[in-house]
Design a protein around this ligand. Structure first.
Ligand SMILES: [Zn+2]
Length: 237
């Protein structure tokens, strides 16, 4: 018998109490942020991408910990927020935006896949991590202005024929100009999939043509963090 995932979560929460995604303060079950951090989170602007909030405040801190701080466990509260923001999803599968091989090796996990696994687990939807891959390495989008972003990711993705005929939703951590999601969508649609939209934890506004986030040095995840990441990905497949 498989326990409902919420019951498993509750049990896990009793063993290790939930922590704020930005500052590690203890939080009630099913809360991503403590009250002080939650007060700094802003709702997203309207747009084609469903997101839990605007990039900034504690949300930016939490995402930075997930991506650069060796903290894959932060994908749990953020993934739950994303699931709550996603609304109805009439899709066959979730496809996370892939990392290049170099970046994956450096980080130890793909944060988008950790978030997607969490949403898939809550919805009973499969996540297909092999349907989309980076055809080439590209510079981190956060280092680039608006015009350079589209050039940077054009043709950066290749999709597997296995996705033909499937309705999919793309998942990423932060969406800014949407250039990455558009390039990913193009590759999937060329291979015969139908992309119904994108999910992102946060939507960032690009101020003029300047990069919006200073690039943090990636901290390599510890062995327990790598185990966390593997456990998060090993959801019911
Ligand atoms: Zn906090």
């Amino acid at each position: 018998m498989r326990l409902p995932s919420r019951a498993v979560d509750l049990f896990a929460a009793l063993l290790s109490p939930p922590r704020c995604a930005a500052c590690d303060a203890a939080v009630p079950f099913l809360r991503a942020f403590c009250a002080a951090c939650a007060a700094t989170c802003l709702p997203p602007d309207d747009g084609p991408v469903r997101a839990t909030g605007a990039y900034g405040g504690a949300m930016a801190t939490a995402i930075s910990r997930l991506k650069f701080g060796g903290r894959p466990d932060v994908a749990v509260p953020l993934g739950d927020l994303l699931d709550a923001a996603a609304g109805a999803l009439d899709v066959d599968a979730i496809v996370p935006v892939p990392l290049g091989r170099e970046r994956l090796r450096e980080r130890g996990y793909n944060q988008a896949a950790l978030l997607g696994a969490r949403v898939g687990r809550a919805r009973g939807l499969p996540q297909e991590t092999s349907w989309l891959r980076r055809a080439r390495e590209s510079a981190p989008q956060a280092t680039l202005g608006r015009a350079a972003r589209a050039r940077n990711v054009a043709g950066a993705f290749a999709a597997s024929p296995a996705c033909r005929g499937a309705r999919v939703v793309l998942v990423d951590d932060v969406v800014t100009t949407g250039a990455t999601l558009r390039a990913a969508e193009e590759a999937l649609e060329e291979a015969g999939a139908r992309v119904i939209g994108g999910l992102a934890v946060a939507v960032a506004l690009l101020d003029g043509d300047a990069p919006e986030v200073p690039l943090a040095a990636t901290r390599a995840p510890s062995e327990p963090a790598r185990r966390d990441a593997r456990a998060l990905l090993a959801h019911d497949r």
